[in-house]
Design a protein around this ligand. Structure first.
Ligand code: NAD
Ligand code: UDP
Length: 340
């Protein structure tokens, strides 16, 4: 099957591309490098021993997009391209609505025009569940009022895809990711945001290699085992595998399919710090800081549906993710120094 991967040079897209190539899929990437580096393409090839075809443009550019549809004739799309920083989305809401919504519209428009492309996988997020009434969160848990324009784009796109699937003969998988962490074991792929990381795991990585002095733990008075926030951290390679399984499900003409991708286990911030220290035999200095606005006590995924309908189970542990994340960050630091 030929798969168009938008945002294929990004964090989750690059790992998924490797997995797809390893599984024998033909992969075409579109990425405008707004949050990734071109070096990632070589690294994907280094790992998978195959080079995906690559197009550098904004998915919203309908002319360029159509030329790729005409020349490549994709049968499926995995749509990772989009902006994802919660805080930035509150500062620049229009930029988020524009990029996330219009890039999706452009792709759906192409699917209407080229019906041979009838499979679509969308990167949604556990953020659509908002503040949970109870955990674990199942796919039937209520969708809550979004607390950021970023979260709102995910809710809106889920609704648009649901409506689209009613009128067009398409198969759509809406995958709600919990918290992706870790990196490829080779140390070649991982998440290395510019500037101060917003998310916990990349922040710990930077503290681990001495690029930042200490971790601030946002809040120690949550209603959780140790007072720090609890989330469901899933290794990015497990997440990547989930996309391959989702494509296989779509191939069976399943229509609209909504599914969580998580481990089913909650881990607190302190537990993640301890796991990181244990996995890498290092110390992560931290201090408690005030709660971050909008944060919830706890969430973790119900995994029954993913297991039953995709055959999805996680292969990696939190310790694996901590080891792989540190390995990537260490190598990345070395690569940066060598470049200078
Ligand atoms: P990322 O920023 O690393 O990857 C996104 C990629 O898309 C980048 O390479 C960027 O250059 C590209 N891109 C953005 N807009 C584009 C456009 N208009 N045209 C072409 N390329 C464009 O992000 P990620 O962590 O890999 O996330 C991928 C998807 O998964 C996003 O939609 C994100 O919202 C979603 N998601 C991520 C997380 C997470 O914690 N990382 C959690 C839930 C959902
Ligand atoms: N967190 C923290 N310090 C940081 C970043 C995050 O203590 O520098 C906490 C945050 O309050 C939450 C958890 O780590 O309890 C996960 O946050 P992240 O931003 O990684 O993911 P979210 O679940 O908010 O999308």
């Amino acid at each position: 099957m030929k798969v168009l991967v938008t945002g294929g040079l990004g964090y989750i897209g690059s790992h998924t591309t490797v997995k797809l190539l390893e599984e024998g899929f033909d992969v075409v990437i579109i990425d405008n490098l707004s949050n990734s580096k071109i070096d990632v393409l070589d690294r994907i090839e280094q790992i998978a021993k195959k080079r995906p075809r690559f197009y550098n443009f904004d998915v919203q550019n309908k002319e360029s997009l159509e030329s790729v549809f005409v020349s490549e004739k994709p049968e499926a799309i995995i749509h990772f391209a989009g902006f994802k920083a919660v805080g930035e989305s509150c500062q620049k809401p229009l930029m988020y609505y524009e990029n996330n919504l219009l890039s999706t519209f452009a792709l759906l428009d192409m699917m209407q025009k080229y019906p041979k492309c009838k499979n679509f996988v969308f990167s949604s997020s556990a953020t659509v569940y908002g503040e949970p009434d109870s955990v674990p969160l199942t796919e039937n848990s209520p969708i809550k009022q979004a607390t950021s324009p970023y979260g709102q784009t995910k809710i809106m796109i889920e609704e648009i895809l649901t409506d689209f699937s009613k009128v067009q003969k398409v198969n759509i998988a809406i995958l709600r990711y919990f918290n992706p962490i870790g990196a490829h074991q080779s140390g070649l792929l991982g998440e290395d945001p510019n500037g101060l990381p917003n998310n916990l795991f990349p922040y710990i990585n930077k503290v681990a290699v001495g690029a930042l002095p200490k971790l601030n733990i946002f809040g120690n008075d949550y209603k959780t085992c140790d007072g720090t926030g609890v989330r469901d951290y899933i290794h990015v390679l497990d997440l990547a595998k989930g996309h391959v399984l989702a494509l296989k499900k779509l191939e069976k003409d399943c229509g609209l399919f909504v599914c969580n991708l998580g481990t089913g286990k909650g881990t607190s911030v302190l537990e993640l710090v301890k796991a990181y220290e244990k996995a890498n035999n290092i110390k992560i200095p931290y201090e408690f800081a005030p709660r971050r606005a909008g944060d919830i006590d706890e969430n973790f995924a119900g995994t029954e549906k993913a297991k039953k309908e995709l055959g999805f189970v996680c292969d990696y542990t939190i310790l694996d993710a901590c080891r792989d994340g540190y390995n990537f960050q260490t190598q990345e630091l070395k690569r940066m120094k060598d470049k200078k």
